[in-house]
Design a protein around this ligand. Structure first.
Ligand SMILES: [Zn+2]
Length: 272
């Protein structure tokens, strides 16, 4: 799928080549779309690998309040000669992906996402100082502007990750911030910032170190409903964003290729 700006680039390339004339235009358009789709500037080499993944277990906090994984021992080494579990997994638990189909009627499911869209430049926006006393903080357009002022324009095809500092709370109640009324309180992306990313930059995915792309107190899931139907993906419960640079790392999203999946547990690696 073309990210914003891509179609315009295709049109410009075509008009430059004079391909709009004649019956070959359709075939030429498909060729040109492939030729000019911007390739993410991923690492040609790297020195270390940072694991951006939390360890999954039945104790990991989930949005739905039920264990994200249940493991039933099916085979035991002493009895059967080998070990094996059966897993029952909530697609949206632990460090995981939201595929476009998660919040849309006809969006891509996991197996339909091209692998070229799963190895992307990583841009980390640090809002931890603002969020520390304000669990309802929303990553803003100003936060993105501040990042670009320091690091330059967001790379084409990148993943923009919100580093709120919430990964450190994964073993205590602050991670969900659940109040007496049952409402969660943790940071997320603001709708205005996401709208700007969709219109003004070519971003493949967004990531958060909290339970949801939207802030915990959101009732309308505006960010989910804007971002995912546009054909882009999201990542939630990301770990170790304090151990990667704001710019320059390459994110590798390893996710099981399950037919029709709306997301799923992911192993996220940052090549630094
Ligand atoms: Zn999810």
């Amino acid at each position: 799928m073309c990210v914003p700006g891509c179609e315009q680039a295709v049109r410009q390339a075509l008009s430059r080549r004079g391909f709009f004339r004649g019956a070959g235009a359709v075939a030429a358009a498909s060729f040109a779309a492939t030729a000019v789709t911007p390739e993410p500037a991923v690492a040609a080499s790297f020195k270390r690998v940072v694991d951006l993944t939390h360890t999954m277990s039945p104790d990991f906090p989930t949005f739905f309040g039920v264990p994200g994984i249940e493991m039933q021992r099916e085979k035991d080494f002493k009895k059967d000669g080998f070990n094996m579990f059966w897993w029952r997994v909530v697609e949206h638990a632990g460090t995981h992906m939201d595929a476009p189909i998660h919040f849309s009627e006809k969006g891509n499911s996991v197996e339909m996402i091209a692998v070229s869209e799963l190895v992307v430049p990583l841009a980390v926006v640090d809002i931890s100082r603002k969020a520390i006393d304000n669990p309802d903080y929303q990553l803003s357009r100003a936060d993105l502007a501040a990042w670009e002022k320091t690091h330059g324009r967001l790379p084409n095809g990148c993943c923009v990750a919100m580093h709120s500092g919430w990964a450190q709370y994964v073993n205590d109640g602050k991670f969900t911030g659940r109040d007496v009324g049952g409402t969660f309180h943790f940071p997320g992306f603001g709708a205005e910032a996401v709208e700007w990313l969709m219109k003004e930059r070519q971003v493949r995915g967004i990531a958060v170190d909290t339970l949801s792309l939207d802030t915990g107190s959101s009732k309308d899931f505006k960010v989910h409903y804007m971002w995912l139907p546009s054909g882009r993906w999201g990542l939630e419960n990301v770990a170790n964003l304090d151990k990667v640079p704001a710019k320059g790392a390459t994110l590798v999203v390893g996710i099981p290729k399950v037919k029709g999946a709306t997301g799923g547990p992911a192993r996220l690696l940052a090549l630094v």
